[in-house]
Design a protein around this ligand. Sequence first.
Ligand code: FMN
Length: 220
Amino acid sequence: MKTILYISCSARQYHPDQSEHISISRELGEVFLKEFKSGYGQLEVIHRDLSVQPPSFITTDFLAATFSDDVSEEQQKVLAESDALIQEVVDADVIVISSPMYNYGMPAVLKAWFDQVIRIGKTFTFDLARGDKPLEPILSGKQLVLLASWGEFNFKKGDPLYSMNHLTSHIEQLCPYLGAEQFFEIASEYQEFGDERHVQSKAQAFDEAKALARKLAGNE
Ligand SMILES: Cc1cc2nc3c(=O)[nH]c(=O)nc-3n(C[C@H](O)[C@H](O)[C@H](O)COP(=O)(O)O)c2cc1C
């Protein structure tokens, strides 16, 4: 039995029957999950659609509660949303994030989700006795798959303009705090050009998503 936590966050909804621009990152997510499901019998998928149900922004009360040694009943309520989101991360073997690039980084709703789930004492510990590297992840053994789409191009890892891509680099940097020891990036590029390069890039991303799903499902 495997559990996938599927996080989607494009402001565009998924309408398979629509001919106008539907969310490419969501399409990639659908394809990945379908392929994974067909290759892996006992699978549970927890789907969090952050654009439908945006996580709360963290507040002063939230921070006070996270750093409290003696959490009050009131503070437990403040932490309830974070607790529920963290539990989904804890339960997951594979975390799949389908995300657009907005302003060269992640959508605000996705950043809000990370701020809710990366929490002291829950997903990392902090100890100055460790010297200049006081943070240590708590969770381990997971895989994280980023299925992304952006309008420009040459942003993938290893490409000439990767330094402009703060979506992939940011998520990869956060992986340890979700317990993800392996990180995979698949991206469709050129959406804003809508030309043959986009058609090819999208088709390649779909092929790569299917191949990775088969691999992670243990079928290749
Ligand atoms: C608000 C907004 C900001 C965007 N910023 C960028 C950007 O900085 N770089 C880029 O290459 N594409 C950018 N795009 C284009 C999207 O990344 C592209 O349309 C992508 O396909 C969106 O993902 P989706 O199809 O899953 O919704 C932006 C689009 C929107 C709506």
